[in-house]
Design a protein around this ligand. Sequence first.
Ligand SMILES: Nc1ncnc2c1ncn2[C@@H]1O[C@H](COP(=O)(O)OP(=O)(O)OP(=O)(O)O)[C@@H](O)[C@H]1O
Ligand SMILES: [Mg+2]
Length: 236
Amino acid sequence: MTLLSLEGLVAGYGPDVPILHGVNIRLQAGEIVSIVGPNGAGKSTAMKSAFGLLNVHQGKILIGTEDVTNSRPEAIVRKGVSFVPQTENVFASLTVQENLELGGYFNSRSHVAAGLDRVYSLFPPLREKRHQKSGLLSGGQRQMVAMGRALMPDPKIVLLDEPTAGLSPKYADEIFKLIIDINASGTAVLMVEQNARQALMISNRGYVLVDGRNRHEGTGAGLVRDREVAEMFLGG
Ligand SMILES: Nc1ncnc2c1ncn2[C@@H]1O[C@H](COP(=O)(O)OP(=O)(O)OP(=O)(O)O)[C@@H](O)[C@H]1O
Ligand SMILES: [Mg+2]
């Protein structure tokens, strides 16, 4: 079952200059899918478009079979999609739990409690630190807070833009393990990653974007084995 599709997406930051020139991306139930590619390829732009943050000039965004093209982010969240942006994804002056509660903004009170329970069982260190200011956490733990906040509404789909950016290899490994756990708990994951090889290794499928266009696609393992992809985009 297809949960999310970007079909022939032409989109950008203003009404005139497109950054994406007809991008096609699909996420099926149960999948982890990665989008990789060079800096400036349009990976974040594709994620932001999917979440209703940009102008779509042409093409469509579907959640399931429902056309949500040019819907607002609040509407997208209500349809079961959460987004963790690439930067500034946690309120540093708020505690861990306050950040998580913000993610439960659309939940009823009992759902907030259930959401906290679910997030704390996925990320036990956050339970211990729930009353600490998020700004005092390590980078890896801040990323857990950002991901936890996105999981509060119990989404069908989570969009992660560079979840391991700026993290040490040890923390990056930890985050990749958590992504596998999140997926195993029933949430489909679409992520953008600079740690492309590692991301593809845990992905069912992947897309290589270049200059706002699809360049390659395949299974995660297949893309890692592909000589051209490996040489051009995965550092040999
Ligand atoms: N807020 C913005 N306003 C105008 N142009 C933007 C904006 N953000 C990004 N762009 C432009 O859109 C293009 C694609 O950027 P995008 O951030 O999607 O790339 P990316 O693939 O995510 O790169 P990176 O790997 O560096 O995160 C770039 O040319 C960039 O300069
Ligand atoms: Mg980006």
